[in-house]
Design a protein around this ligand. Sequence first.
Ligand code: SAH
Length: 228
Amino acid sequence: MLQIDIITVLPELLESPFQHSILKRAQSKGLVQVNLIQLRDYANNKHRSVDDYAYGGGAGMVMTIEPILNCLNDLKSKRQYDEIIYLSPDGELLDQQLSNKLSLCQNMILLCGHYKGIDERIREHLITREVSIGDYVLSGGELAAAVLADSVIRLLPGVLTDETSALYDSFQDGMVAPPVYTRPADFNGWKVPDVLLSGNERQITEWRHEQALERTRKRRPGLLKEGE
Ligand code: SAH
């Protein structure tokens, strides 16, 4: 079973994302365990402070080494971690390939930054991987951690009710997904493509493949290999 330990100063912010729908079911089926860990519990000072002024001056606080080190040491004394990931805007960009890779982990830690970020020495000595969810800046790592965890959890075998459905998601085969429709077949003149009503499975599969290819060419040409 995959265990995801999320270190944060705002565990409340991460409660809801894991309490609904697919992610909730994945946990109740015992396919994943998500633990929210309050970093302040590891601060050995009166005010449970986890940040301090930046050397060199300038506005904004920096997260200190000690509470993070204490927390990591405590977690590492209980189990071995495949990855200790710091969510960071300058990290490697999260994509489906990385989510696939991370879904093979047994235990991972996600460290959420705040303020101006964390002391660089934590990144140098304690982190195994740094991941960004896109080229924009968030106020904290929590939403990024939720995005990463969601994309990984839905890939775990047994999480999606239809085993094959993750395989047909965008990016899994280097293409985006084809368009989808549901009832009614004709909504005031907006029609569903005939082929989807035909019942001809081979034609439907072909149509979906063509649509996926065309969409990928138009929207994400970078995903296609030469000649496609
Ligand atoms: N001053 C830093 C940004 C700090 S934002 C800089 O310019 O790089 C505060 C925290 O939010 C970061 O420590 C990180 O954990 C998180 N964060 C912000 N944007 C992110 C992104 N695009 N992906 C992942 N984490 C992000």
